[in-house]
Design a protein around this ligand. Sequence first.
Ligand code: ZN
Length: 112
Amino acid sequence: MRNFIEAFELAGSSNSEICSCGKIYYDVSDLNDFEDGELESYESNPKAVACDHSIGLLVFEGKEYVQNCECWKFRANQIMDFIDSHNSGIAAYINTERKRKIAEAAAMPLVS
Ligand SMILES: [Zn+2]
């Protein structure tokens, strides 16, 4: 799972993020990071989850997920299983697509 996260994580982190599933994760390790009323609104929200570290995101299939959330892990396991069981085919596809795109680019007229 660590390799999946490294491959799809977004650079940086913040003190709060909304996961694709709707849960809100917020970092209580530095309470000075919140604007007036922000922390109170999280504390009263049943969909908000307090964490003691900054909040990181990962992106795959067009959705943003909070790394701490459990909601994305089932789908990530399906994707990893697919990649692992078809890695030769996936590598061949990427190489073939690379060749096609290079040929396509070479056929484009040069504009000066
Ligand atoms: Zn989630």
